[in-house]
Design a protein around this ligand. Structure first.
Ligand code: SAM
Length: 292
């Protein structure tokens, strides 16, 4: 069982309201634990070994040999249930096949944001830009369905081919084009495995600079940006912040841990004169509620 720790700084009521324990909430609680694999946390996790360079040839050979006997070489890493509260795929101590890199704290926060925009009739759909295996968007659809909300879509926006070409003049982190690629078929099938692939889910395939340019999204109540790069974050903000409703939520996964993402957000806020307080969700993510 996970123990929920309090987030220390700037806490809004959306963070702290207790989630009631009825069947709807129990379903969503289970979804969070399965999508993050918190439920599967054991004493030691088994991780595929993916070394670079010469070592990778050695590991390949050992695995080929072991494979003949139905064996695989894996690394054991200690796992603590508390690690699943925080986001971060680089954590070495989590089950590696989760549908999301995010921790349960971020999924809790998303649930509260959804409840809040519904209760206050903030108009618009829900969108995540940068979905990887789709886990957060699967959770968004699960929440809408569980609460019986039929008039809002979940937009699933990604290249489904990983990061775009990296512009070295803008980006300081050593990403490579194609990093984190997960195909559209895989993400669709992840939705289907949870019984959540339906007409309320819209996939927007391609780089944000192309797909968001012609205004396919008319109004959003929740905009979640998880695209790592300065350029990608800026593309999303320029195209989608104007359609985020007043009272809606803007959420940025990497504001605290990726300087390029933070720079894009800070520059955009400066240019647009956005002064809403930035609040922390977990060790990586922040959000603000749009006032006007
Ligand atoms: C960190 S992952 C997203 C993690 C995900 N939100 C989760 O729940 O685990 C970043 C994603 O952003 C996508 N991405 C980054 N820049 C993009 C761009 N300019 N256009 C389309 N997709 C982009 C990548 O393909 C990748 O799937």
């Amino acid at each position: 069982m996970l123990r929920q720790r309090q987030v220390a700084p700037a806490v809004l009521s959306v963070h702290t309201e207790p989630i009631p324990r009825n069947p709807t909430e129990l379903y969503l609680d289970l979804m969070k634990k399965v999508l993050t694999r918190a439920l599967m946390a054991r004493g030691m996790e088994r991780h595929t070994i993916q070394p670079r360079g010469l070592k990778s040839r050695l590991v390949d050979q050992v695995n080929r040999l072991a494979g003949r006997f139905g064996l695989e070489l894996v690394r054991l890493a200690p796992s603590r249930a508390e690690d699943y509260l925080e986001s971060g795929h680089e954590a070495e101590n989590r089950v590696e096949d989760a549908e999301t890199m995010l921790g349960t704290r971020q999924l809790d926060h998303m649930q509260r944001c959804i409840l809040d925009v519904v209760e206050r009739n903030v108009p618009g759909d829900l969108l995540e830009a940068g979905v990887w295996r789709g886990g957060m968007t699967i959770f968004m659809r699960a929440a809408l369905k569980a609460y019986g909300i039929g008039d809002r879509k979940v937009w699933v926006a990604d290249s489904f081919a990983g990061l775009p070409a990296i512009d070295g003049r803008q980006e300081t982190f050593a990403w490579q084009s194609g990093d984190m690629a997960v195909s559209l078929d895989t993400v669709r099938s992840n939705f289907a495995r949870y019984g959540l692939l339906d007409e309320s889910v819209e996939f927007l395939k391609g780089f944000f600079s192309e797909t968001l340019r012609d205004g396919p999204i008319k109004r959003l109540a929740i905009l979640r940006v998880d695209a790592d790069l300065y350029g990608s974050t800026m593309d999303v903000l320029r195209n989608l912040y104007p359609v985020l409703s007043a009272g809606g939520y803007a959420i940025f996964d990497d504001y605290q841990n990726l300087p390029d993402c933070r720079r894009a957000v800070d520059e955009f806020r400066g240019d647009q004169g956005i002064t809403e307080e930035i609040r922390r969700i977990d060790a990586r993510a922040v959000y603000w509620q749009k006032q006007s």
